[in-house]
Design a protein around this ligand. Structure first.
Ligand code: GAL
Length: 477
C-alpha cells in the first residue's frame, strides 16, 4: 500500500523531448552545440526535433491522461525562456508554451513538478565560463526567480537542478555529456560546488520571497545507485562502500541534508591524493564561504533518481592520477546475477531501491522522499510487448510499497522515466526508456503505448484504490 495522496508520475526533460531547437526565438543550449559536433553522440544524432513536444504537447497530454498519472515531471528550457540566459530578454513564445503546458496539466487534474535545470545550459552562459564560473550561481538564481514569479502561482513542486553529479562528472570530467570538457580531478568539483551554491541561492529566494504566498516545495534531484560491499565481512570493502557513497550521493546530500559541508572522507582523500601528486594548486574541493547563504537545509523534500546498484571494493594502489576515480579509490562491480536492461550500466536491482530509501531515511533525517526518476531501457530490437519492462515496474514499485509500509520510509511519490521514448543523451535514440513508443522515422512522431505503459496504468489504478492515511497501527512507533 501507499499513503493517501501518493504521487504517480512520469518524467521527461526539455532537451530530450521538445525539439524546435531554434523555433520562435529560442537560444542555443550546450546540448545543441554538443550534438552538432561530430563524434559526440551515438550516430551523430541530436535533439533538433526529438519527440517534437514543442509542437505536439497535446499528444503528450493524451499520453499522460491515458496512463492516469496524478503528476507529471517536466523541465523548462532556460534558453527557450531566456535566450541569452539573462532576464534582460524574455522569449514570450517560450513563456506561452510553458504556460499552456502547466494550465493544461492543471485542467486535466495533473500536478506539475517542474525542473529548472536538466542539463541544458544556455550556450551564451557556457561562453562566459558556464558552471565553472562562480558567477553562474547568481545568474541561475535570477532565472529561478523569474520562473517562480511567472509559474509559481500554479507550480507547487520545484526541482532546481537535476543530477548535479551527472552534470559535473559526465560533462566536465569524462567529457561524454555537454559541454564535453575533460578536465579530470578538478573541474567536476568546481562545477558541483557552483551547482550547490546556485541551488542554495534559488532555495533561499523561494523560501523568503515566494513561499509565503505560493506555498510550494523545492528541492534538487540527486541520482544514486544502491551501493553495497562486495564482501560484507571485509572491513576494506565496507570502508570503500562508504567512501563511494561519499563521493557520489554524499557529495551533494551531505551539504544539503547533514552538515552544510562535504563529507569529511571526500576532503581527506582528495587532499591525500593531491599531496601524492605534488599538486600545488588550491584545494581541488572548494570551500563554502560563510558570507554566502547556508547550504544546509535547502531542500524541502528528498528527490531521488534511482536506476541501478553496484557492489563495491577498494581499488588497490588507487592514488596517483588526477581524477575523481583515483581520489575515491574504489571500484564498482556488477553482480553477474543481476539482469541487464538495454543499456550496459543499468543492471536491474529492484531491492536496491528499497535499501536506498531506508539509507536515506536513516542518514538524511527521515525526509519526505519523491522518487523523481526510475526506469528501464530497451536497446536494439524493438518490442511493443515489453514484458520485461512491465515486470521491472511491478517489482520495483512493490519494493517501494514495502519501504513505505514495512520500513516506514516517508515516500511520497514515484515518477517513471520516461513518459515516452526520447533523446537519451550520448546514446541518442538508441536507448528507449518510454512507456510510450515514439516513431522517430515518422514526421508525426506518433506515440503508441507499450505493454509496460498499460501495465503501469493498471498498477496506478490498483494502488490508488487501497491507500493508507497514516501508517497502520502495528507499524507506528
Ligand atoms: C538520468 C537523466 C535522465 C535520463 C535517465 C536515463 O540520469 O536525468 O535525463 O536520461 O538518466 O538514463
Amino acid at each position: 500500500m501507499f499513503p493517501r495522496g501518493f504521487a504517480w508520475g512520469a518524467a521527461t526533460a526539455a532537451y530530450q523531448i521538445e525539439g524546435a531547437w531554434q523555433a520562435d526565438g529560442k537560444g542555443a543550449s550546450i546540448w545543441d552545440t554538443f550534438c552538432h559536433e561530430t563524434g559526440r553522440v551515438f550516430g551523430d544524432q541530436n535533439g533538433d526535433v526529438a519527440c517534437n513536444s514543442y509542437k505536439l504537447w497535446d499528444e503528450d497530454l493524451k499520453c499522460i491522461q491515458q496512463l492516469g498519472l496524478t503528476h507529471y515531471r517536466l523541465s523548462v528550457s532556460w534558453a527557450r525562456l531566456l535566450p541569452d540566459g539573462t532576464t534582460q530578454h524574455v522569449n514570450q513564445k517560450g513563456l506561452q508554451y510553458y504556460n499552456k503546458v502547466i494550465d493544461d496539466l492543471l485542467a486535466a487534474n495533473v500536478t506539475p513538478m517542474v525542473t529548472l535545470y536538466h542539463f541544458d545550459l544556455p550556450q551564451t552562459l557556457q561562453d562566459q565560463g558556464g558552471w565553472k564560473s562562480p558567477d553562474i550561481a547568481t545568474l541561475f538564481d535570477s532565472y529561478a526567480r523569474f520562473c517562480f514569479q511567472t509559474f509559481g502561482d500554479r507550480v507547487k513542486l520545484w526541482i532546481t537542478i537535476n543530477e548535479p553529479y551527472v552534470c559535473a562528472k559526465l560533462g566536465h570530467e569524462d567529457g561524454i555529456h555537454a559541454p564535453g570538457l575533460r578536465e579530470p580531478g578538478v573541474a567536476a568539483y568546481l562545477v558541483g560546488h557552483n551547482m550547490l551554491r546556485a541551488h542554495a541561492l534559488a532555495w533561499h529566494s523561494y523560501d523568503t520571497v515566494f513561499r509565503p504566498k505560493q506555498k510550494g516545495l523545492i528541492s534538487l534531484a540527486l541520482n544514486s545507485d544502491w551501493l553495497e560491499p562486495l564482501d560484507t565481512d571485509c572491513a576494506e570493502d565496507i570502508a570503500a562502500t562508504q567512501r563511494h557513497i561519499a563521493f557520489t550521493l554524499g557529495w551533494f546530500a551531505w551539504p544539503v541534508f547533514v552538515t552544510g559541508d562535504y563529507p569529511e572522507v571526500m576532503r581527506t582523500f582528495i587532499e591525500a591524493n593531491s599531496k601524492k601528486l605534488n599538486y600545488t594548486g588550491e584545494s581541488r574541493l572548494p570551500f563554502f564561504s560563510k558570507e554566502e547563504p547556508a547550504i544546509l537545509g535547502t531542500a524541502d523534500f528528498f528527490a531521488l533518481n534511482y536506476y541501478t546498484s553496484r557492489k563495491v571494493t577498494s581499488a588497490s594502489g588507487h592514488f596517483g592520477s588526477l581524477s575523481m576515480k583515483s581520489d575515491a579509490g574504489v571500484q564498482d562491480i556488477l553482480n553477474p546475477s543481476w539482469p541487464i536492461s538495454g543499456v550496459s550500466w543499468l543492471a536491474v536491482v529492484p531491492y536496491g531501491l528499497r535499501k536506498l530509501l531506508s539509507y536515506i531515511k536513516k542518514n538524511f533525517g527521515d525526509p519526505a522522499i519523491y522518487i523523481t526518476e526510475n526506469g528501464f531501457a530497451q536497446v536494439g530490437s524493438l518490442e511493443m510487448e515489453d514484458v520485461q519492462r512491465a515486470e521491472f515496474y511491478k517489482q520495483t514499485i512493490s519494493e517501494v510499497a514495502k519501504a513505505a509500509t514495512e520500513d516506514e520510509v516517508n515516500v511520497c511519490g514515484y515518477f517513471a522515466w520516461s513518459l515516452m521514448d526520447n533523446f537519451e543523451w550520448a546514446d541518442g535514440y538508441s536507448a528507449r526508456f518510454g512507456l510510450f513508443h515514439v516513431d522517430f522515422l515518422d514526421e508525426k512522431r506518433t506515440r503508441t503505448i507499450y505493454h509496460s505503459g498499460k501495465e503501469y496504468a493498471k498498477l496506478i489504478q490498483m494502488y490508488s484504490s487501497k491507500h493508507f492515511d497514516t501508517l497502520p497501527d502495528e507499524l507506528s512507533k
